[in-house]
Design a protein around this ligand. Sequence first.
Ligand code: AOF
Ligand code: ZN
Length: 379
Amino acid sequence: AIAAALPEGATEADAEYMKLCVKLARKAVGRTSPNPMVGCVIVKNGGVIGQGFHPRAGEPHAEVFALREAGGRAEGSTVYVSLEPCNHFGRTPPCSQALIRAKVKRVVVGMVDPNPQVGGKGIETLRKSGIEVVVGVEEELCQATNEAFVHRMLTGKPFVCLRFSMSLDGRFLGSRGQVVEFGSSFSQQLQEYNAVVITDAAVFDDPTLLSSEAEAKQPLRIILARSLDMPLESKVFDTSHAPTLVLADAGAVLEDVQSNISRGGQSMESLLLAKGVDVVTLDKLHLDMVLDLCNQRGLSSVLLDSRGPDMSGLENFLGKQAIQEGIVQKLVVDMAPVICGDLRATPGFQVQELIKLEKVRTCISGGNVLIEGYLPGSD
Ligand code: AOF
Ligand code: ZN
């Protein structure tokens, strides 16, 4: 890897400690929303004397845990923190003041906090009190770590990643008929996002939508249901490991109530509720509404898991609508070495002009090729 450019006054050692901060921050992956993931390391005489990370919103910030560990030794130390120390009274008091009280000598910051309540004021406060502050060490890494938090701060909307599996003949995979193994990349992704969205058609694939990473924070599983005709025994309706929310089309709910003889006169809604599944009825299933709902629940990031059409040829509108509405920031495509042959399984994207992804990364995972990148204007 090519080393990131160092800002003035920073050393290679500073960059190494910042990477450690990010590693610590990521211990809380998926758990901090709506807050960012932040890590902090305190160094004196070439040794680490304190470490900490922000475990979840409402709990103390990374700096507080690191200062607690360092105790009185923090005087004259260098503090590394992946996000600018806060300067406001939120759920917790300002970290800038805690650092000043501890008489630290130097603070190395990964990135400026995009929160308008902070936005450089933490750095300013530290400098005014005579502390040397270096900003922008491993900045790209820090920004990438908190891309969802940054996006939500700047736009007021959750960060959206669209993922899909694709065959060699350019077809969407998944959903009845062309079930594919998604491999480990999907499991890793699931713990990164606060919510994962599929459609009713994809329920027939019977995915768990659970991350199998050790101690993973499981996302809220959201099902966009154009019809309530889904198998009740599906894994996604087992709420013992993660919550499930069905966003149901109002017409579909009505239709289900009128035709529930096969279930002994019980509505699907009541059966889902009995399994602990949350059901919310919407007049129209629109992705904007999904994002609003996630926002209200303090969820910063959403993974749209788009799959091919089901056997009845009902197209999966998730990916198509998301691209056309321009709500997607990041795209992850998992290219599988298979030929699908189903001519109905086209992505069906209709865009005004060619979309070229930015900051593209590719890797091989199992026998698949993963391509990920950002849509233009996503930052
Ligand atoms: C830091 N260190 O570890 C975190 C920071 O409600 P509060 O008090 O938790 O404040 C939340 C805001 O504080 C959040 O939006 C972000 O700007 C900053 N998060 N700051 O110095 C931390 N988690
Ligand atoms: Zn703070």
